[in-house]
Structures are given as C-alpha cells and as structure tokens.
Design a protein around this ligand. Structure first.
Ligand code: SAH
Length: 227
C-alpha cells in the first residue's frame, strides 16, 4: 500500500502511478507518454518528488503534476504526424514527451522543436536527451535550439512553419503575437499568463482563423523573458 503522507516516490513508475492515484493523471495517453520519459534522466536531485526542482540560471524543471496537466490539454493535437513546439524547453522533459507522443522516430511528418533562451540550459537538455533517448538527437524532425521566442525573425518564422501544438513553460506578461502566428488552424497553445500577482494557465485555439481563449486555472512558473 501507498504511504499517503509523502509525495516522494522511489522510482519513475511509482511517481507516475501516484499522479494517477491522486487523480491528476486521468488519461491513459498522458500516463503512457509520461511513463516513457523517466524524470530521473532530466534532473538529478529528487526527481521522483512532485515538486519543481532548480536547474540553474534561475530556472526550474516544472513539477510532474504540471507536466501532466499541460500534456493532458495537448493530447488531442499531439498525434503521429503533428508539429509541436515547446517554448522554454528547460530540462527537455515536455519536449521529449511531445516526441514520444508524435512518434518522431517512425513518422517523418512529425516535427518537434524546443526553444530555450539560456544556452547552458539548452545544452543541459541535450545532455539529458543523450542520456535518455540519444536516437532523437540524430533526427531531422527533432530539434532543441538556443533561441528566445521574442527574437524569432520573420525569416525564421517562415522556416519554422505552423504548429498543431505549442506549449509554453514560462509565464508571459501578455500573449506573444508570434505564438498566434505560429499556431496552425485547429492548433492549440498552452501558455501561462500573468494576472496581477498570480499567473493563469490559458488554452488558446485557432478555429477558422478565429482565436478562442480558455482560462484554465492558477499556476506558478518562471517568467518568459523579453530578452
Ligand atoms: N518545461 C520546462 C520548463 C523550464 S522553466 C521544464 O519542465 O524543464 C522555463 C524555461 O523557459 C527556462 O529554461 C527559461 O530559460 C526559458 N525561457 C524564459 N524566457 C524565454 C524566452 N523568451 N524564450 C525561450 N525560452 C525562455
């Protein structure tokens, strides 16, 4: 039986099972996806505790429950052949979940890219992926790049194309125009936005060119930096 008084688990499987027991993971696809990506490969310190963990440069790997809740919202736009972007990819955890779910290894139409503002952190995620799933690093349809989302040029925007799924792992003061432009028709964007002293997670969809904003719940992320 499970000890209900601690959030520390002994391995990745028991971490994911505890999220399921707590009702945070109530979706088989999220369960299967997260089970394939061992958090212990993405952070050394206390990987199996449901808490954010400091990486470096003022950034953290988000908590497992936050990864689960964000992935759940994106499941319907992450399929084999989907194009997905992770903005502020940090440890690389969600980026790799996107890669597993879209099956980038087998499906050449799938495309997954992580954008990370801090070069050291981008390199850290590449080391994590080398440890966990080195085969991803040889693909043309999987990339981690050192880039600030606010500094994507018009030309780079053209080259990137449009995305079915965009996840932002840092809170923005306002919805960045560039992300609306990068969103494909019927695509979905998950982004935390500052609201006064708190942050709220938003789900943004594009239907017939029309933008629909869905306010989800309060969250706590690091800030999406302008430069
Ligand atoms: N999902 C990631 C979250 C990391 S924290 C994880 O769980 O590991 C958020 C990340 O966003 C940080 O690594 C930070 O450097 C990055 N970031 C902040 N502002 C950014 C910007 N404007 N463009 C790209 N990345 C940014």
């Amino acid at each position: 039986t499970r000890n209900m008084y601690t959030l520390a688990e002994k391995n990745h499987k028991s971490l994911i099972d505890s999220l399921k027991d707590r009702g945070i993971i109530d979706d088989d696809d999220v369960y299967e996806t997260m089970l394939q990506v061992d958090r212990g490969k993405y952070i050394k310190e206390k990987p199996y505790v449901d808490m954010p963990v400091y990486i470096s440069h003022g950034v953290t790997i988000s908590s497992p429950h936050m990864h689960a809740l964000s992935l759940k919202r994106l499941m319907d736009v992450l399929k084999p052949g989907s194009r997905a972007m992770d903005v502020g990819s940090g440890s690389g955890y969600i980026t790799v979940c996107m890669a597993m779910r879209t099956k980038v290894l087998e499906n050449k139409d799938s495309f997954v890219i992580g954008l990370e503002r801090v070069k050291d952190v981008a390199n850290f995620s590449i080391e994590n992926i080398r440890r966990d799933k080195p085969e991803l690093l040889h693909l043309d349809n999987f990339k981690i790049i050192h880039k600030n989302i606010y500094q994507v040029s018009e030309q780079e925007k053209e080259q990137l194309g449009l995305f079915d799924a965009i996840h932002v792992g840092a809170s923005a003061s306002e919805l960045p125009e560039i992300l609306i432009d990068l969103l494909a028709e019927n695509g979905k964007l998950i982004i935390p936005l500052d609201e006064g002293y708190t942050q709220v997670l938003y789900e943004i969809t594009k239907n017939n060119g029309k933008i629909v904003k869905d306010r989800l719940f309060e969250v706590c992320f690091v800030n999406l930096k302008k430069n």
